[in-house]
Write a protein that binds this ligand. Structure first.
Ligand SMILES: [Zn+2]
Length: 236
């Protein structure tokens, strides 16, 4: 894969307005606790240590946070929508949901949720889906898949490649299953300040794309920032 158009990962400055890095090039260097605002169309990659709490807040409402989780010990083990849905017997995620890995082990458990429902079926936007769903002219537009690809290229120490990009959770997104088994992308149930919080059952990497999608009501056609917090104590 040609990465010559990407900035060199060791010199790239991807930081917040106060100068702190948004994500750390080496997960071992990340402070135990942090809070970051992720602008729409931006990405976050980081480490949540076993027993820590991770909160994602929908700052303005109607946003979608497209998120992948990986076992930090071995990134070949990752969040599995199929295992999670089968083990819960439910297609929507909320308080009490255990997020299972591709090896059937718990990665995180949702402990707080003021939105009430999160999607794990709809997948993430990509240039391909933008083209198929909307228009050939939408192909160049920013997408969650491109955000993830940029993140894993910028942060090689997380040991992720494009074949690790699988199905994801769409936090705050409302994708009802229709009576005939289809999916419909609806206006969000979320609102300003609503959050989801989970506790890590093992050390996990979180890879989040704050969706830049302008063609889908999941963002109210106006993508907005989300906040992410990682803490030793419960935030809710
Ligand atoms: Zn997206």
């Amino acid at each position: 894969m040609c990465t010559s158009t990407l900035e060199h990962p060791h010199t790239h400055q991807h930081s917040t307005t106060d100068g702190a890095p948004l994500s750390y090039a080496d997960p071992a260097q990340q402070p135990r606790e942090l809070e970051r605002t992720i602008e729409a169309g931006d990405h976050f990659i980081g480490l949540v240590r076993a027993g820590q709490h991770l909160r994602i807040t929908d700052l303005h409402g109607n946003q979608a946070a497209d998120t992948l989780f990986f076992s930090a010990d071995d990134t070949a083990e990752r969040y599995s929508a199929m295992d999670t849905v089968r083990e819960q017997g439910k297609v929507y995620l909320t308080i009490g949901t255990v997020l299972y890995s591709t090896r059937g082990r718990p990665l995180l458990t949702i402990t707080g949720d003021t939105c009430g429902r999160h999607d794990t079926l709809g997948g993430a936007c990509s240039s391909e889906s933008n083209t198929v769903r909307y228009d050939l002219e939408k192909r160049h537009m920013h997408s969650c898949r491109d955000n993830w690809m940029l993140a894993i290229a910028r942060y090689p120490k997380y040991d992720l490649t494009k074949r690790d990009i699988g199905h994801n959770i769409n936090f705050f997104m409302n994708v009802p299953v229709t009576a005939d088994g289809g999916l419909s992308f609806e206006d969000g149930l979320s609102g300003p300040g609503k959050y989801v919080e989970m506790v890590a059952e093992r050390d996990v990497y979180v890879l989040l794309s704050n969706c830049p999608q302008l063609n889908n009501p999941c963002n109210g056609y106006d993508p907005t920032p989300v906040a992410i917090s990682i803490s030793d104590s419960p935030l809710g």
